[in-house]
Structures are given as structure tokens and as C-alpha cells.
Design a binder for this molecule. Structure first.
Ligand SMILES: C[S@@+](CC[C@H](N)C(=O)[O-])C[C@H]1O[C@@H](n2cnc3c(N)ncnc32)[C@H](O)[C@@H]1O
Length: 232
């Protein structure tokens, strides 16, 4: 059978497996006490920064924040920016609400669902300053490569939602996925590599260590960052 090139895969292939375990006490508190404040309910609405954050500030959207510790660190370190994290993992969603609530963070909200659907339906075109994707599921088996988040059609969705000059930032500890990302993004219309053609970026100092990055280090993996900007 002929293998399809990545850009020929149809949309709506799940990039994740839904898994969850019993909530810890903190996670339950995250939902019960802080969930109402932090969860965005996107039904029949389009993101309006004034309504959600009460201001217009540079916006970062993170796809797949996991347990959310690094996103919390970023939101704490950059109070002048607003952050929206999208996850489908219930424990991670509950944990980030707990961490954010205990710190009374006001520049962060979360969405429960497939980031591809949320990006497509909730965000206006040209509305996001940064989309970040850290240590996304690498789907190492060849037959699963179609589940990788970085695909040509998904990058065009992200391009549509980014402002001109906005940035897509991805990092991975999986070498094959790193080269896959670089190749797709280099060939993606409307994107320019901020580091130089076909170059990986040095790790930016604003990106905190993530849980899966630490796991990668412990397994002896390297780390690769890519930073691409949306051209006019
Ligand atoms: C390998 S984990 C990495 C988590 C975190 N970024 C880190 O570095 O520790 C990937 C996460 O992405 C989430 N994910 C994958 N595809 C997603 C999608 N389409 N929408 C929302 N979350 C997604 C998964 O649920 C999982 O929690």
C-alpha cells in the first residue's frame, strides 16, 4: 500500500488517547472551588479578551499542557500576557485549576476539549500571539504518525488563528518528531523559521521545564525547539 504524505491525511484524526484516574484531593478542590472561574465554555461564543480577561493583552494558547505546572510557571512569570491552555486530560485540567486558584492567577483560563476543534471554532482568525506545543505525544510507530499534532493541515489552521508576526513554538524530546516538525513547517506556506532555514532553535529561557521534558531527560533523550513566525 502506498503511504500517504502527511498533508494528505484528512482532518479529525485524534492526536490523543483519553485517560484519567481518580482525582486527588487537590484536583477535586480544583474543580469544585476554582473550576467555574478557570473553565471557558466555548459553546456558541467566540473568544473575546475583554469578556474573559477584562483587558486586551498578548495571548498565548498552549495545546496539551498535561498537568499544567509549566503553564502555571509561565503565567506567573508573565502577568502582562494572557494564557489559555487546552487539554483533554481530566486530571490535568483539575490540577491546573487547583494550582491557578491557590495562586489567585487571573491571566490564565483553560478549555476542556480537542485543541483542533477549539482553535477552529472558538478563536477568531488573526487573534493569537503565540501557540505553544510542548512535548506533544510523539506517536513513534509509523502507522500512528498520522496522529501527530504537527501536520500540514493543522499548521495551516494555526497560521489562520495567529496574528501576523505571531509565533508557533514547539518542543519535543523525540528526534524523529523534531525533524518531522521542522520539515513540515519549512514547507508550510506563510511560516518563516525564526532561527534560520532548517535550524532548530536554542531553548528559549522563558520556556520552563515540563513534566514530559524531565521524563525525556531521564531517558537520555535530547530536546529540540522550533520557532516559526506567521508572515504577512
Ligand atoms: C505527552 S503529554 C505532554 C504534556 C506537557 N506539555 C508536558 O510537556 O509535560 C501531551 C498532552 O497533550 C494532550 N493532547 C494531545 N492532543 C491534544 C489535543 N488535540 N487537544 C488537547 N490536548 C491534547 C494529551 O492529553 C497530553 O496531556
Amino acid at each position: 500500500m502506498t503511504e500517504l504524505a502527511p498533508q494528505e491525511y484528512p482532518r479529525r484524526i485524534m492526536t490523543f488517547m483519553r485517560r484519567s484516574s481518580a482525582f486527588t484531593v487537590s484536583q477535586q478542590k480544583g474543580i469544585d472551588e476554582y473550576g467555574e472561574y478557570y473553565f471557558l465554555e466555548p459553546q456558541h461564543q467566540v473568544f473575546d479578551p475583554q469578556t474573559v480577561f477584562g483587558r486586551v493583552a498578548p495571548l498565548t494558547v498552549e495545546v496539551g499542557f498535561g498537568m499544567g505546572f509549566s503553564l502555571i510557571d509561565m503565567a506567573l512569570a508573565a502577568p502582562e500576557r494572557d494564557f489559555i491552555g487546552i487539554e483533554i486530560h481530566p486530571n490535568g485540567l483539575a490540577q491546573i485549576c487547583f494550582e491557578a486558584g491557590e495562586r489567585q492567577l487571573t491571566n490564565l483560563r483553560v478549555m476542556d476539549g480537542d485543541a483542533l476543534l477549539m482553535l477552529e471554532n472558538y478563536f477568531s482568525n488573526n487573534s493569537i500571539d503565540t501557540v505553544q506545543l510542548y512535548f506533544a505525544d510523539p506517536w513513534p510507530k509509523k502507522k500512528h504518525h498520522k496522529r501527530r499534532f504537527v501536520q500540514t493541515h493543522n499548521m495551516q489552521l494555526i497560521r489562520q488563528k495567529l496574528k501576523v508576526g505571531g509565533v508557533f513554538h514547539a518542543a519535543t524530546d523525540w528526534e524523529h518528531y523534531a525533524h518531522w516538525m521542522l520539515e513540515i513547517l519549512e514547507q508550510s506556506e506563510g511560516f518563516k523559521n525564526l532561527t534560520g532555514k532548517e535550524q532548530f532553535a536554542p531553548r528559549p529561557d522563558y520556556r520552563p521545564l515540563t513534566k514530559f521534558e524531565v521524563r525525556g531527560h531521564n531517558l537520555g533523550h535530547g530536546v529540540w525547539d522550533v520557532l516559526f513566525t506567521k508572515e504577512a
